[in-house]
Ligand binder design. Structure first.
Ligand code: PMP
Length: 354
């Protein structure tokens, strides 16, 4: 072995969902929003002065921070923005999870948490979800170095009621509890109002799902000013200009159009509820999702086979080849038309298999 090889930081990277290319495909594999961003975003994009790209962007991202603070009824010192919630969460691991005690996150959850823990050499434990894929709050009532869980959870879509989220936060006053609310706009109640009561709570959200802007990469965290300052101190010690100029301008436009935001959410939620009904009729079972995806398992046909059959038709869903997950498919909610293509194919395919 060459001597320097011993000093390479070895990690097993997170594997993002495919981004297949083509016009005909139905892409239901990475929980993107099937509708475009708000019209004001398009207008601002078309009117953007490209000469501004010469200059560095605002390092404190104040326009975007201020508009988010106003929207959520917070002070600007209670909001931190990053390059997608992945960046915000990674920065939070680096900032808050520095104990020798293990951090806790569910065994079935966003698979990036384990990767960050490995990358930053943070010890961790993964309490198991129960047989119905639910988080058991009591598993988090023990000594630990910090806690993170998504709510609704991924890839199950299950929402943990707010009183149970609060119990986890209340029982852990000595560590930071991060609630990853990537999907909260599609259902359930945000833990945001609890930041007034609990100084150890950080709520993380994203523009990638409910605000149709996965391509722009904007995420944000909300918490007490001390937590936000700690995050900014680490950010400025790493990369001062995380947010590029277009994301600052376009992100702000997205937040300003609440009517469009609510309309889009309603369409997706309606399609999700109709999709649950169709899936049940086709012989699927699934946890009752409050997110923009459904984690469905067929009563007789293995998920891996359905996945391959769909892929041949250029219908992309997500399949996780892992214990506990490998008999289900995670299906993102697309437009009505996209879901009809999916169900049209499944009807045929499953009838042939019966
Ligand atoms: N948290 C959860 C639970 C997710 O599913 C995702 C999407 N992969 C993210 C965070 C990160 O999303 P983004 O970086 O696009 O904000």
């Amino acid at each position: 072995m060459i001597a320097w090889e011993a000093n390479i930081r070895r990690v097993v990277p997170y594997v993002p969902g495919d981004q297949p290319k083509g016009d005909r495909l139905v892409k239901l594999n990475t929980n993107e929003n099937p509708y475009p961003p708000a019209p004001g975003v398009r207008k601002a994009l078309l009117e953007m002065d490209y000469d501004r790209l010469r200059k560095y962007p605002d390092p404190i991202a104040s326009d975007l921070v201020d508009v988010l603070a106003e929207y959520y009824g917070l002070g600007s010192d209670q909001v931190f923005v990053g390059v997608g919630s992945d960046d915000v969460i990674a920065m939070s691991f680096l900032t808050f999870f520095n104990s020798a005690k293990p951090i806790l996150f569910p065994d079935v959850s966003y698979s990036f948490y384990k990767v960050w823990a490995d990358l930053f050499r943070i010890p961790f434990e993964t309490p198991a979800l129960d047989a119905a894929f639910r988080i058991c709050p009591e598993d988090y009532f023990k000594e630990n170095g910090g806690i993170i869980f998504p709510n609704p959870n991924a890839p199950t879509g299950l929402y943990l009621p707010l009183d149970q989220v609060e119990a986890i936060i209340r029982r852990n006053p000595d560590v930071i509890v991060i609630v990853d609310e990537a999907y909260i706009d599609f259902g359930g109640t945000s833990a945001l109002k609890l930041i007034e009561t609990y100084d150890n709570l950080l709520v993380v959200q994203t523009f990638s799902k409910s605000r149709s802007m996965a391509g722009l990469r904007i995420g944000f965290a909300m918490g007490n000013p001390q937590l936000i300052k700690a995050l900014n101190d680490v950010k400025y010690s790493y990369n001062s200009y995380t947010m590029n100029m277009p994301s600052l301008v376009l992100g702000k436009e997205a937040v300003k159009d609440d009517t469009y935001f609510k309309e889009t959410l309603k369409k997706i939620i309606d399609t999700r509820e109709r999709s649950k009904k169709r899936l049940r009729e086709l012989g699927f079972t699934f946890p009752d999702s409050m997110s923009n995806f459904i984690f469905a398992s067929h009563k007789t046909v293995p998920a891996a086979e359905i996945f391959e059959a769909l892929r041949k038709e250029q219908i992309y869903v997500r399949y996780f080849k892992q214990p506990r997950l490998d008999d289900s498919l995670r299906i993102s909610i697309g437009t009505e038309e996209e879901m009809n293509v999916l169900f049209g194919f499944l009807e045929h395919y499953l009838a042939e298999r019966a």
